[in-house]
Design a protein around this ligand. Structure first.
Ligand SMILES: Nc1nc2c(c(=O)[nH]1)N[C@H]1C(S)=C(S)[C@@H](COP(=O)(O)OP(=O)(O)OC[C@H]3O[C@@H](n4cnc5c(N)ncnc54)[C@H](O)[C@@H]3O)O[C@H]1N2
Ligand code: MOO
Length: 390
């Protein structure tokens, strides 16, 4: 059995790239920027008024000073002249500040009589002018790779970028295997259960920027699994279940027969020990996840999701960890790294009482996984542990 770190390294080694596409800015939220976007224009592209008021010379600003209003600069319609001594230009927020002016006195601070303004005693601070390029200069670039946030879309728009080159979304084929499984909504026989973990995995893939295709459940026969695996032609292939050593755990055998080049089988981790990883003949990375609901989901978080992100060109793809303090004593860990379902409240973490890998109710209540290293000694309340926030 290999370590989790080694397994993650090998999985990421299977990642190919999915190529890029140019799409409209409005469609890019959550996509990964593949080519740095260039501004080509400063923002603001001119000195602009930050307040509504009067543009004057800073050197002339004083309580009681009077100015003659000689023009108007509105947003989208600047004033082309040059301000002379004793003059003011009526100006509005976002409008270009005229040549010769370097202070905007807000309108609340002046008294206007015809074309004359006089600065009042309540004069506030200036200069109320945004320098050219104060948000970004004309050579500004939004650097790739980067997952585009909602705010990034506004920034790209401000940069006058209307088409964006992003990584294509990796297509992930998800195949659940097992005679006992039916889809939600179908009528189970006495010995059947409902396929569940694939829905969490589909959602995780989509949150990570991939496209998930759920395939029809395959029965526990070599023929059915072979046919179903041949139909997985996307960028990443996932099977769920049948990865262990039982008589009906046929996925490893079938994947070998299909020419999947095995990268590793079995990890010193709990849950998720019987993970299979390899590469399909057509190049797609393949992960054979264990069937237990929690095992499949934890494996997806630790191995599949990083792969989906890496195939979009992202660098920092492994789940973030942080530390927390144990809210109680906990016994020595065994020979596998244990990812324990737990609840973080403030800085204190409480490990769930049952860690059986079939328990979705426990995982649904958890908001983190406590990582217990291989052979970790018994820990006392208050000791620091590493966690993966969920
Ligand atoms: N003799 C041994 N038995 C087992 C070992 C072992 O080392 N020696 N490993 C155990 C561990 S650890 C795990 S994890 C499981 C993984 O087994 P498989 O990947 O072969 O999974 P299945 O046997 O097909 O299913 C296990 C369990 O999960 C249920 N299941 C399967 N698929 C789904 C699904 N899509 N949605 C919901 N539930 C699913 C299935 O009905 C079983 O109850 O093996 C242990 N055994
Ligand atoms: O590794 Mo299994 O995933 O412990 O239940």
């Amino acid at each position: 059995m290999i370590s989790v770190e080694e397994a993650q390294r090998l999985c990421l080694g299977l990642a190919g790239t999915v190529g890029t596409e140019e799409i409209a800015l409005a469609d890019t939220a959550g996509r990964v920027l593949a080519v740095s976007a260039q501004a080509g224009r400063a923002q603001p592209p001119f000195r602009s008024a930050a307040m509504d008021g009067y543009a004057v010379k800073n050197s002339e600003v004083a309580i009681g000073a009077a100015f003659t209003v000689v023009g108007e600069s509105a947003a989208g319609h600047g004033w082309d002249g040059t301000l002379e001594a004793g003059q003011a230009v009526r100006i509005f927020t976002g409008a270009p500040v005229p040549e010769g002016a370097d202070h905007v006195v807000i309108q609340e601070d002046v008294d206007r009589d015809g074309d004359t303004i006089t600065i009042q005693p309540n004069l506030g601070d200036g200069p109320n002018i945004r320098p050219e390029g104060v948000d970004f200069p004309s050579d500004f670039a939004l650097k790739a790779p980067r997952r585009l946030s909602a705010i990034d879309l506004a920034l790209l728009a401000a940069m006058n970028v209307d088409r964006v080159t992003v990584a294509k979304r990796p297509v992930v084929d998800i195949l659940a295997t097992g005679d006992e499984l039916i889809m939600p909504g179908e009528v189970p026989t006495r010995d059947q259960i409902i396929a569940s973990n694939l829905f969490a995995i589909k959602a995780l893939v989509e949150q990570a920027g991939g496209i998930a295709h759920i395939h029809p459940i395959a029965a526990d026969t070599e023929e059915a699994i072979t046919d179903a695996m041949k139909a997985m032609t996307g960028d990443i292939a996932i099977t769920i279940g049948g990865a262990s050593v039982g008589d009906y755990d046929l996925v490893g055998k079938v994947s070998d027969a299909l020419g999947v080049e095995r990268s590793f089988y079995k990890i010193a981790m709990r849950p998720g020990k019987p993970l299979i990883a390899g590469r399909f003949p057509h190049g797609a990375p393949y992960l054979g996840l264990p069937g237990n609901p929690v095992s499949a989901i934890v494996c997806a978080l630790l191995f599949l999701i990083p792969l989906v992100k890496r195939m979009q060109g992202l660098d920092d793809v492994l789940p973030a960890t942080r530390t927390a303090r144990l809210g109680h004593d906990t016994p020595k860990n065994g020979p596998r790294t244990h990812y324990m379902r737990a609840t973080l409240d403030g800085d204190e973490v409480t490990i769930a009482g049952s860690q059986d890998s079939s328990l979705l109710t426990v995982m649904a209540e958890a908001n983190c996984l406590v990582i217990r290293p291989i052979g970790d000694e018994a820990r006392q309340k208050g000791e620091v542990v590493e966690i993966v926030p969920l």
